[in-house]
Design a protein around this ligand. Structure first.
Ligand code: NI
Ligand code: MN
Length: 222
């Protein structure tokens, strides 16, 4: 068992067990730190936390090129359906089972729209693949129920926004990771644009390994 975790930059990831690859928030075109080209992404599923362009990113093109299924909030599912893309609708609290694992959505305190269109509730996404549970917090501030989510889902890895302004900064992100208690926490949503923080300094949850990844870097979690 093992999971390859590739950071695409910003909030984007590829999770792969060798047989199945799941993309999360694949924002590549217009992402100044991305080193991966959308045409080089091979995946079976795309999980979206919310509809903002720095998360939806290249989802439509990647889904079409790979005949991949998009997992997202109900309104994202409707939008993808209009683009001719196969999608699975969800919302916080529900679990969606796939032949490779499952996806569950959580709440996130944020907003969600694309080109002025409302795209449902912003979410965190919990992805289970190859026996590993990954909690992508989406864009959010801390909330006390992160403790419950940690107790229930027992995530191995948490992907935690630390860039401030639109999400938590490092201090609140530290509190969030300490509530969730993953084995490893990866800081995300920083250093992409001048308007957000340029480093993850200060993100230092007690008792949790912090793993900083560079865009394009693959880390094997075993
Ligand atoms: Ni956002
Ligand atoms: Mn964002």
């Amino acid at each position: 068992m093992g999971l390859d975790v590739t950071f695409l930059g910003h909030s984007g990831f590829l999770l792969s067990d060798g047989a199945t690859t799941v993309a999360i928030d694949p924002f590549l075109t217009g992402n100044p730190v991305a080193v991966t080209k959308p045409k080089d992404v091979r995946c079976q599923a795309i999980v979206l936390t919310h509809g903002h362009s720095d998360h939806m990113g290249d989802s439509v093109a990647i889904a079409k090129a790979n005949d991949a299924t998009v997992f997202g909030a109900f309104e994202i599912y409707e939008y993808m359906g209009e683009q001719g893309i196969t999608a699975e609708p969800g919302n916080p609290g529900g679990k969606i089972t796939a032949d490779w694992g499952w996806v569950a959505f959580t709440q996130a305190f944020h907003s969600s729209s694309y080109n002025g269109r409302y795209l449902g509730m912003p979410c965190g996404a919990i992805v289970h693949l190859a026996g590993v549970t990954v909690y992508h917090l989406g864009d959010t501030t801390v909330f006390g129920d992160m403790k419950l989510l940690g107790e229930f889902y027992k995530p191995d890895i948490a992907l935690v926004p630390v860039g401030d302004r639109f999400t938590m900064g490092p201090e609140l992100a530290t509190m969030a990771a300490e509530l969730i208690k993953p084995k490893v926490a990866v800081p995300i949503h920083y250093a992409t644009f001048p308007i957000i923080r340029q480093d993850a300094k200060g993100f230092a949850p007690k008792g949790i390994e912090v793993k900083e990844l560079k865009p394009g870097e693959t880390w094997r979690y075993a």
